[in-house]
Design a protein around this ligand. Structure first.
Ligand SMILES: [Zn+2]
Length: 152
């Protein structure tokens, strides 16, 4: 377990497309464990592997609500419904927050660290976090879709 360096905008790695995970091995488990440590240390609710410079399709999310802790390997958004405006920020874009539109409800299909496929339905902050993290895997940042920035 270790805290890894979080890459910050404009680090170009954040704009790269992450690769599918095919090896569900000790290195993947170590990466996910380190991602949890790094996310908790930074006080975030989600982290994608690309944010620690690893171009693998893996994310961790913990909204701090009971039971809302997930690791998603090769996640895909398979359903979304509704739209709501939310405030958002990102550990890779420190000190910046703004309004973005996110679905009210999503279903994500993913694998766990052993390669087992599962689906999870989410609303609210959990749905928001899933969308935000999955976008990281294709080089997206929330600032690409901000409708209005919020002054601190
Ligand atoms: Zn982010």
């Amino acid at each position: 377990m270790a805290i890894r360096l979080i890459r910050k905008e404009p680090d170009e790695v954040l704009r790269k497309t992450s690769r599918e995970v095919t090896a569900f091995d000790d290195r993947l488990a170590q990466l996910l464990d380190d991602m949890y440590d790094t996310m908790y240390d930074a006080g975030g609710v989600g982290l994608a592997a690309v944010q620690v410079g690893i171009l693998k399709r893996a994310v961790v999310v913990d909204t701090r609500e009971e039971g809302e802790r997930y690791e998603l390997v090769n996640p895909k958004l398979v359903y979304k419904k509704g739209e709501r405006e939310v405030t958002e920020g990102c550990l890779s874009v420190p000190g910046v927050s703004g309004y973005v539109k996110r679905p009210e409800k999503v279903i994500v299909r993913a694998q766990d660290r052993t390669g087992e496929t599962f689906e999870v339905e989410a609303t609210g902050l959990l749905a928001q976090a899933f969308c935000h993290e999955i976008e990281h895997l294709d080089g997206g940042l929330f600032i690409d879709k901000v409708t209005e920035y919020i002054d601190d």
